[in-house]
Write a protein that binds this ligand. Structure first.
Ligand code: HEM
Length: 333
């Protein structure tokens, strides 16, 4: 059911983008109003989520670890897995964000001769990394549409990405990688029964949405050309709050309008979806804290004041009676 619903919503967005590309009056709504709504929802939504996380109290160090914490001198500390300093935490975080280090430990559980066995499984790590890096590089390459002059890194990325110089226009490695990786991630949710049973529409939909963006982008670059000069003028006008003429809007092809509508939908959906882990990873106390639990005593700041009755007080109260009953006391008076 989750897959069908996600597919249906994706097709509806695709059709909406296409209709907007064909009907001039809708082009204004989808080409001018929608991107501003999308940018505002994205920015405000992300800020609200980050502020909400920032407000959550974290009185203890709750790092998830796979190695020894700093303690006695003869126990070897695992400095990257279980850092006790800010620098170590930075290193751990960088490896997590850039290389998905914890996902590298992913294992697969299966039944062999009625016994549960765990085996190494690096595919999820590999395709996740391929997808995220490709997305980032594609996004950065798109700056050739968003800014004038074009930033220095765009040419550099284009050269590296088109390194193999296959075909014309040159095929980008990231275009192939993002399509293959997204297809793997989607099919994994369908054909792996254990993953399928825990998958929801909110798992399928982002994959389909990003697949929609990538497929329409690839179609535009390699098969159905679009007016790139018009696209650039359009994107720069939107980002610099300049008015956009109907003449310019009419130069935008229906395929571009589908690509663009998918992108705007992604921006709107982003803050309320699991994709917000983009910001969440940096705010996660299981990852961003140095683990110094054995070095330093952390006391919960909002512990209620508990009225205790110490032994000294108890003895003071009952000393005479204790002595009379022959019970030993610590203080005679
Ligand atoms: C989430 C953001 C986006 C993603 C992931 C994305 C993805 C892609 C991909 C994979 C391609 C194939 C060619 C390439 O890799 O350069 C592409 C092409 C294209 N995209 Fe995007 N896109 C995004 C946002 C946008 C936006 C906001 C615009 C315009 C305002 C845009 C305009 C285009 C155009 C015009 C092409 C064709 C490029 C060419 O013919 O060389 N894209 N996009």
């Amino acid at each position: 059911m989750g897959i069908q619903l996600s597919l249906l919503v994706t097709v509806v967005i695709l059709l909406a983008g296409w209709v907007a590309g064909v009907l001039p009056f809708l082009k204004f709504i989808f080409g001018v109003i929608l991107p501003y709504v999308a940018l505002a929802v994205f920015a405000i939504g992300l800020i609200v989520r980050v502020l909400r996380w920032a407000r959550s109290p974290v009185p203890f160090r709750i790092t998830t670890t796979c190695g020894q914490e700093k303690s006695l001198p003869w126990i070897k500390q695992n400095k990257l897995d279980n850092p006790s300093s800010a620098l170590g935490t930075l290193g751990r975080m960088a490896l997590e964000v850039l290389f998905f280090r914890s996902l590298f430990r992913n294992t697969k559980a299966s039944l062999k001769d009625d016994r549960l066995v765990y085996s190494v499984d690096k595919w999820l790590w590999f395709f996740s990394l391929a997808f995220h890096w490709s997305f980032l590089i594609i996004f950065l390459r798109h700056f050739r549409f968003f800014t004038e002059p074009i930033p220095f890194f765009v040419g550099f990325l284009q050269d590296i990405d088109g390194f193999f110089q296959v075909g014309l226009p040159i095929i980008y490695i990231t275009d192939v990688a993002i399509l293959v990786a997204l297809t793997y991630l989607f099919l994994r949710r369908i054909f792996n029964a254990k993953v399928r049973i825990v998958s929801l529409p909110s798992d399928y939909f982002p994959l389909l949405l990003i697949l929609g963006i990538a497929v329409t982008g690839v179609l535009m670059r390699y098969f159905l050309k679009t007016d790139l000069v018009a696209v650039k003028e359009f994107a720069v006008s939107i980002l610099s709050f300049q008015p956009i003429s109907n003449e310019l809007l009419n130069k935008l092809s229906p395929l571009f309008m589908i690509h663009f509508t998918f992108v705007c939908t992604l921006l709107i959906y982003f803050p309320m979806s699991k994709l917000v882990h983009l910001g969440g990873i940096f705010m996660s106390p299981t990852r961003n804290l140095a683990n110094n639990n054995r070095m330093k005593r952390h006391i919960n700041p909002w512990n209620p004041v508990v009225a205790v009755h110490t032994y000294e007080e108890y003895e003071d109260e009952f000393r005479e009676k204790m002595k009379a009953a022959g019970i030993p006391v610590e203080k005679e008076e």
